[in-house]
Design a protein around this ligand. Sequence first.
Ligand code: 0O2
Length: 209
Amino acid sequence: MNWEAFLAPYVQVVEELKVKLKGMRAQYEFESNQSPIEFVTGRVKPVASILEKAKQRDIPAEKFEEELQDIAGVRVVCQFVDDIYTIVDMLRSRNDFTIIEEKDYIQHKKESGYRSYHMIIRYPVATIHGEKHVIAEIQIRTLAMNFWATNEHSLNYKYDWQIPVDVKARLKRAAEAAFRLDEEMAKIKDEVQEAQRIFHQNKSNRKQL
Ligand code: 0O2
């Protein structure tokens, strides 16, 4: 397998999606001094992880493009849970890609305690050989969900996906605590946003002086 050639369209998709989503963030801030997007990251799955996942799920190389749906991954991190659904609605209304599947792991958390909203899309990318449709995954989650998922991911690596029972139980409690934090923050969202608007306004006033 020529990995550089295989992954090139995925690299392009991740870069394009990052530019578009960061552009949306800037536009929100410009127009209303606040944004439902806190930050955007993206990555192309490392070759070792692609091979590992393919082996676990018995996926042959010719089916990687169709069945490994997170080779191109972009993550949108929000402050509040309802921001996630604002982003989801906005992504649904776009016409530069098609949505293949949506997985709401917020309403239906995973057994591990994982919460996040996943959107699997088919994104047309221009290559020197013409247009190619690439499958990509957009993960949308709050800062609290992201904090939990990042730590759980590290522990999975540390324990080679065999996290000890006591650590697993703690992680589940931590996931519930992160969820309660999101719930509490939702209750004071208006106040937090007003404070952030004032802060941004003062910052741009200072810049103009
Ligand atoms: P990495 O290192 O992020 O690339 P499915 O067949 O639908 O059940 P699938 O195909 O794995 O499952 O898709 P799913 O559930 O949408 O998960 C894809 C990615 O979501 C994962 O990629 C993780 O990034 C994230 N994710 C899903 N479940 C968990 C979880 O329990 N904990 C954490 N921390 N992240 C999760 P990879 O390939 O696992 O990892």
